[in-house]
Design a protein. Structure first.
Lengths: 391, 287
């Protein structure tokens, strides 16, 4: 639309007395880590949001969606809360979103309850977060959501004895507990549960210990980031030759596979997003990411969390206009089902948590590239933590 | 036989710690600069090697190039940043070198992004070797052999050569050293560059265990300082013993008592420093 036409349009609207109500700016405050060691999260969020806005336009029924990015620098609840206060009080945002880390999401729970602020969690994956405020909704996953299906799968697929080796922090403990429960319920035996200190650089002593116990597989929950490379390489040189399988969750995201290298071949993981999943939304996400940000851009769990979170926000503005109340937005989101690049998803009516497919995948080489390939889909998994801890 | 594997793993990890920390023993220990930017030089070396490997340069040539670039960067930094700091006291040195580290982190993030940078090992180092009773990673054997050779070369250079004697004299008393005709500035420039070159080399050879990313310089700083501190500031033989000891303690704790591994490592460091507050082998000339 040319400027004159826009002006003409505005004039008409004003003449009709509709200007203010019809076209407005909707501010979305995204709290994320875009500096420091976790800067990749912020980058992936932002790129996915920009792709969503490219695909769906920056306006919804004439209302401009403006995204305001704020950097919490990492796990820093005090900073996250302060940013949320600023976004709500000074910038007057209509939605809060983002949150890479659990403590940062928890820190804003009371605040968003008081402000009735609809808040979309793009990542933070501890089960209980959404319980802490009725205005939370989550578009990522929870740790037990992936750990339970792989425990069940292992028990059903000839794996009898497992050693678990998880990073010694809360998500690792969750993974250990829920994997073990599901695996034992299926008749499996857990020989030992090792907790690996977060400061570990050399994983070989742990894996040597596991080698002596001769399990069928090791279930690993890594600390994420750089140590993943050493973790998988050590498995490949110590346990793989002895036929001990590597079971995991987020250790083999495609974005990390080139750094891990061929050592990752054969690793079996369960996860809610497989980069090679075949659906039109995923293809469009890949195409637009690479067209806008370079051919080396690869989507990951952060990308789909942010992309689907934007979808919820767009839907709320489409339905209720530029100023939806928290209760309107949450009312719309509860029970809503939609298609995501990861596959079909639904926001649970009661828990406001995402219900989604969990994919069993294996790392393979295709056209000279290391990728995750799905070999089984466990449809529409709910967060097991909430099933086990009823309100 | 598993005990032998634990010893091998422990020595290999210790050698990685030695190779990467020995440069800090030179700059911080011998020259007595609080050099918190050691990891930054190691990282510069690592990234140079990553770029070179990406361009198809063979691994050892890339490692050599990384060593040279880290050394040159060190020489430049010595002349521009460190020399004015020698007489400024430890707080100024700590602040300045820490700030320099942040500049390097930001620069590397801006150019390469915040992701891990992989340094793929060449075929002859990435495989497994038959060592009689089992297959063992070739890389670890290489690291052990290289660490021993490096320790021997440094011993010759610092304890047995004229350069070493001059350096020790210049560190102990720069004024008298100047008076007897030693070019202290040039000596310090060379030595500092050497320390940084060793850092760069360590960044490349250690990247299997300490993977490269922009926050490398801070993530492993405590580890580098521990090796130098436990060994005795200013004594590279102490660093050698400390690195091997820490590697063995860490590895055997993780193998035999995984649930207590985190406490045992730092507990051992604490006990060692309580027993010998100046480190296992304090430098004879330490003031």
């Amino acid at each position: 639309m040319s400027m004159t036409m826009a002006k003409l349009g505005m004039g008409l609207l004003l003449a009709l007395g509709l200007g203010a109500a019809a076209a407005d700016t909707v501010k979305v405050g995204v709290i994320m880590s875009s500096s420091g060691p976790f800067a990749r999260w912020g980058e992936q969020f932002r790129q996915a949001i920009e792709v969503y806005q490219k695909q769906h336009g920056k306006t919804v029924k004439g209302n401009t969606i403006e995204v305001i990015y704020r950097d919490d620098g990492g796990p820093n609840p005090v900073r996250a809360k302060q940013l949320a206060e600023e976004l709500i009080l000074r910038d007057k945002v209509q939605f809060l979103a983002g949150f890479v880390f659990t403590p940062n999401a928890l820190a804003v729970a009371d605040l968003i309850t008081e402000a009735k602020m609809p808040t979309v969690i793009f990542n933070a994956a501890t089960g209980m977060i959404t319980r802490k405020s009725p205005y939370f909704v989550r578009t990522s996953h929870t740790i037990p959501q992936a750990a339970v299906p792989i425990g069940q799968w292992a028990a059903k697929n000839g794996i009898k004895r497992v050693v678990t080796a998880v990073s010694d922090y809360a998500p690792g403990h969750d993974a250990e507990v829920y994997f073990s429960k599901a695996f034992k319920a299926g008749g499996g035996e857990v020989l030992e549960s090792i907790r690996i200190p977060l400061s570990t650089n050399d994983f070989s002593p742990f894996f040597e210990r596991i080698l002596q116990q001769k399990p069928d597989a090791v279930f690993v929950f890594g600390p994420g980031g750089p140590p993943t490379v050493g973790l998988i390489n050590t498995w490949a040189s110590r346990l793989k030759p002895a036929g001990i399988k590597f079971l995991g969750t987020a250790e083999t995201q495609q974005i990390d596979l080139p750094k891990i290298g061929r050592a990752a071949l054969g690793v079996v993981t369960s996860f809610h997003y497989t980069e090679t999943v075949d659906n039109p939304l995923n293809k469009a996400l890949w195409a637009d990411l690479q067209q806008m940000f370079g051919k080396d851009t690869v989507p990951d769990l952060a990308s789909v969390g942010a992309y689907d979170g934007m979808h919820l926000i767009y839907k709320a503005v489409e339905r209720f206009g530029p100023r939806p109340t928290g209760d309107q937005a949450l009312g719309l989101w509860k029970g809503v089902a939609f298609d995501s690049p990861r596959g079909p998803v639904r926001i649970d009516e009661k828990t406001r948590d995402i219900v989604e497919n969990i994919y069993m995948r294996r790392v393979e080489e295709r056209d000279g590239q290391l990728v995750n390939v799905n070999f089984q889909t466990i449809p529409m998994v709910k967060d097991p933590w909430k099933e086990e801890n009823p309100e | 036989m598993s005990a032998l594997t634990v010893v091998l793993d422990g020595v290999a990890y210790g050698m990685v710690l030695f190779i990467i920390s020995v440069g800090l023993t030179v700059t911080m220990g011998l020259m007595r600069v609080v050099n918190l930017a050691h990891g930054a030089f190691a990282m510069i070396g690592g990234y140079v090697a990553a770029v070179a490997l990406g361009a198809g340069v063979p691994f050892l040539a890339a490692a050599l190039g990384a060593t040279l670039v880290a050394g040159l960067t060190g020489a430049l930094a010595e002349a521009l940043i460190y020399r004015p700091l020698y007489r400024k006291g430890e707080l100024a040195q700590a602040l300045m070198t820490f700030g320099f580290t942040f500049v390097v982190i930001a620069a590397l993030t801006a150019v390469f992004g915040s992701n891990i940078k992989a340094l793929p090992l060449p075929g002859y180092l990435s495989g497994l070797v038959d060592i009689g009773y089992r297959m063992y990673p070739a890389y670890r054997l290489f690291v052990i052999a290289f660490g021993l050779a490096l320790a021997f070369a440094l011993w010759l250079l610092i304890d047995r050569s004229l350069y070493g004697a001059r350096l020790r004299a210049a560190v102990d008393n720069p004024r008298i050293a100047r008076a007897v005709g030693i070019d202290v500035n040039r000596l310090f420039l060379l030595t500092f560059a050497g320390g940084c070159a060793l850092a760069g080399l360590g960044g490349v050879l250690g990247s299997e265990l300490l993977p490269l990313e922009p926050y490398y310089a801070l993530r492993y700083l405590v580890l580098f300082l521990l090796v130098v501190g436990v060994g005795g500031v200013g004594n590279f033989k102490g660093s050698f013993v400390a690195a091997i000891a820490l590697g063995l303690i860490d590895t055997s704790a993780k193998y035999y008592l995984p649930s207590a591994a985190a406490y045992l490592f730092y507990g051992a460091v604490l006990a060692l420093l309580l027993w010998r507050p100046d480190g296992l082998m304090p430098a004879r000339s330490a003031q």
